[in-house]
Design a protein around this ligand. Structure first.
Ligand code: CP
Ligand code: NVA
Length: 302
């Protein structure tokens, strides 16, 4: 594994390897015996979009591993004034040991990896959010046991970066995945093509109450993602009814956990009641960003 651009690129064993190492690093940290496995290493973090969790967990993670992280706002980089990504990649490769990037087009992340000579980590694009889904899978294993085979993951809402990554990650872990998305907001065609090979293990519907039946993990995400602010009003209409609420949770299995990558818009994609009833799981998920990403960093930069 040279980069983390999308989960489609990883084998199930590579994903499990990251999750196992993440469990180990979490235990080490809690026991106060964390090792500086990335001593002297520097990670550059390019942000074209806002972030709380991704920025702070990568920065704290690098520090805990004995290295350092540089926050690079795209507005302040020459990239914001039009310097091509292929030149930026070659320059940054001369200074840094790795790059994390949060941006719009998946292609930009792929190009950074193509032209640079250091590991690149996707910290969210319009298409994928692999770091988040590694943290989600880690959390699912904590609640449901290490073997997720046969467990059912249900995603309700926009067929966005989270939906795309969850479908790939869930199926690769042997889970059944059901998605409920409005007709015009379905997951990416590349992901649907990937899911085809899994036959009945994957299902896509426009009816949340169909997708939710017997779920072991219930996931949702905002109706309008970063960059879609102008579509907010029309999306509020399109997504009415695509809400994780008590009625939806009643269809799921006993012990079903709820995951939300955050930030959440309570009252829209999830009710306040369901969010608070499952807050432990959701904030464990947020915490696990730190541990899962440290595992990715050790694998790629170590
Ligand atoms: N879930 C997530 O990626 O959060 P941030 O946007 O705060 O980084
Ligand atoms: N789908 C959301 C995820 C935020 C972490 C977005 O892209 O804005």
């Amino acid at each position: 594994m040279k980069h983390l651009l999308k989960l489609l690129d990883l084998t199930p064993d590579e994903i499990k390897g990251i999750l196992d190492l993440a469990d180990e690093l979490k235990a080490e940290l809690k026991a106060g015996r964390a090792e500086p496995r990335l001593k002297g290493k520097t990670l550059g973090m390019i942000f074209q979009k806002s972030s709380t969790r991704t920025r702070v967990s990568f920065e704290a993670g690098m520090y805990q591993l004995g290295g350092m992280a540089l926050f690079l706002s795209a507005n302040d980089l020459q990239i914001g004034r039009g310097e091509p990504v292929e030149d930026t990649a070659r320059v940054l490769s001369r200074y840094l040991d790795g790059i994390m990037i949060r941006t719009y087009a998946q292609e930009e992340v792929e190009n950074l990896a193509k032209y640079g000579s250091i590991p690149v980590i996707n910290g969210l694009t319009d298409m994928f959010h692999p770091c988040q889904v590694l943290a989600d899978l880690m959390t699912m294993r904590e609640y449901h046991g290490k073997n997720l085979t046969g467990k059912k993951l249900c995603f309700i809402g926009d067929g966005n970066n989270m939906a795309n990554s969850l479908i790939v990650g869930g199926l690769k872990m042997g889970m059944k995945v059901s998605c409920a998305c409005p007709e015009n907001y379905r997951p990416h065609p590349t992901v649907l093509e990937f899911a085809k090979a899994y036959g009945e293990k994957f299902s896509l519907t426009s009816k949340p109450e169909e997708a939710a039946v017997n779920a072991d993990v219930m996931v949702t995400d905002v109706w309008a993602s970063m960059g879609q602010e102008k579509e907010k009003a029309e999306r509020e209409i399109a997504f009415r009814g695509y809400q994780v609420n008590d009625a939806i949770m009643a269809l799921a299995n006993t012990g079903c956990i709820v995951q939300h990558c955050l930030p959440a818009h309570k009252g829209e994609e999830i009710t306040y009641e369901v969010f608070e009833a499952h807050a432990n799981e959701i904030f464990d998920e947020a915490e696990n960003r730190l541990h899962a990403q440290k595992a990715v960093l050790v694998k790629l930069l170590g």
